[in-house]
Design a binder for this molecule. Structure first.
Ligand SMILES: [Zn+2]
Length: 182
């Protein structure tokens, strides 16, 4: 259609080209994974955890740009030391999707995952983890490299850190130094 000569044809081809570019940009914008927005949602779960007396960590499990599962930390509430937010979203996503493997999924978590959750993500074949703020008491970045899960460095660092610091202050703990925190 755009092979003919002539200014009208050229103008029409240019119009079509720009229309296609606009459509493509719009589609990409619609499906674009916005890490900061997802982390904001995870932070809401951390706030819920805080309000219910749990250590304030929140997580989401996202697949194909949809939130499949979301949870805060519920260790104290469930009397379960494994009830970290990341573990709970893996369990919920597995139940919903009827599978124990979640390739292509992304976990957004407000705090750098602990070694237990890192191992669970590997077992679940989670593809990527994005975390809010670093936990200096442990560092699992190297562990993620070993287990073949991509790790994305902090997003929304300040908000995710502040709620942990608030909890620590109220509970006389220090996430960055105190081994008994969790
Ligand atoms: Zn954990």
């Amino acid at each position: 259609m755009c092979n003919s000569d002539g200014p009208q044809r050229e103008a029409h081809c240019l119009y079509l080209k720009h229309r296609d570019m606009r459509q493509k940009a719009g589609q990409e914008e619609n499906i674009k994974v916005n890490d900061a927005n997802y982390m904001q949602e995870a932070l809401k779960e951390a706030e819920n955890a805080y309000r219910s007396g749990n250590f304030p960590v929140g997580a989401l499990l996202v697949m194909k740009h949809s939130i499949i599962a979301r949870s805060g930390n519920r260790e104290r509430e469930l009397h379960d030391p494994t009830a970290h937010a990341e573990i709970l979203v893996i369990r919920e996503a597995g139940r919903k999707l009827g599978t124990h493997r979640l390739p292509g999924s992304i976990i957004y978590t407000t705090l750098e995952p602990c070694p237990m959750c890192t191992a669970a993500m590997s077992q679940a074949r989670v593809s990527k983890v994005v975390y809010g703020t670093r936990a200096l008491r442990w560092t699992t970045t190297n562990l993620f490299n070993l287990v073949n899960v991509e790790i994305v460095q902090p997003r929304l660092n300040d908000g995710c850190r502040q709620i942990v610091q608030k909890w620590c202050k109220e509970n006389g703990r220090n996430i960055f130094l105190d081994h008994s925190l969790r």
